[in-house]
Design a protein around this ligand. Structure first.
Ligand SMILES: CC(C)(COP(=O)(O)OP(=O)(O)OC[C@H]1O[C@@H](n2cnc3c(N)ncnc32)[C@H](O)[C@@H]1OP(=O)(O)O)[C@@H](O)C(=O)NCCC(=O)NCCS
Length: 154
């Protein structure tokens, strides 16, 4: 028995309008990149001013950035280069950080990704701010840590 038709109820104009909203319009977060990681920094990640250490953010970007290269190369990858790192806005304790990634280039053994970090803060009056962006290159490696060709999946 096909139950689907019974689940189809006519949408009101306002419901249709709400359904047509893209995630970007609702949240301000990117829709053209893949969400690869979310994390919330804690007081231990902050400096004396209460802002989050740049080094902590760099480590998170490195972790987030390797998700797509690991998936594409179906195995171990290592970071070979950080080609660009921009800290656009300060990050605070309690910000919800979303890491979005997009593959920029696939070489013989390397994969370069663009990573953007977006902070969401102040739930009572939600603000979404791009705080960091970076380009990071990873190399697919074998069990001995030697470069291996990237195997593209179908
Ligand atoms: C990454 C590593 C395995 C590469 O070994 P290698 O013998 O230097 O390999 P190659 O020179 O053949 O370069 C491999 C790929 O990296 C790319 N690459 C090397 N240096 C690069 C750089 N500075 N920027 C961008 N890409 C670079 C090469 O273009 C090549 O890509 P391709 O095969 O797609 O054309 C080796 O350098 C290494 O183990 N480094 C330490 C990695 C590490 O510990 N990272 C954690 C942070 S400390």
């Amino acid at each position: 028995m096909n139950l689907l038709p019974s689940l189809k109820t006519p949408m009101t104009d306002s419901a249709a309008a709400a359904a047509s909203l893209t995630p970007c319009m609702e949240t301000g977060l990117p829709t053209d990149m893949e969400l690869v990681m979310r994390v919330m920094p804690m007081p231990k990640d902050a400096n004396g001013n209460g802002d989050i250490f740049g080094g902590w953010i760099m480590a998170q970007v490195d972790l987030a950035g390797c998700v797509l290269p690991g998936r594409i190369s179906r195995g171990r990858v290592t970071t070979v280069a950080v080609n660009q790192f921009i800290f656009k806005n300060a990050v605070s304790v309690g910000d919800l950080l979303s890491f979005y990634a997009r593959v920029e280039k696939i070489g013989n053994t390397s994969i370069t990704v663009h990573v953007e970090v977006w902070a969401q803060r102040n739930p009572a009056d939600l603000q979404t701010v791009k705080v960091t962006e970076a380009n990071v290159t990873y190399v697919a490696i074998d069990e001995r840590g030697r470069p291996r060709p990237v195997r593209l999946t179908a």
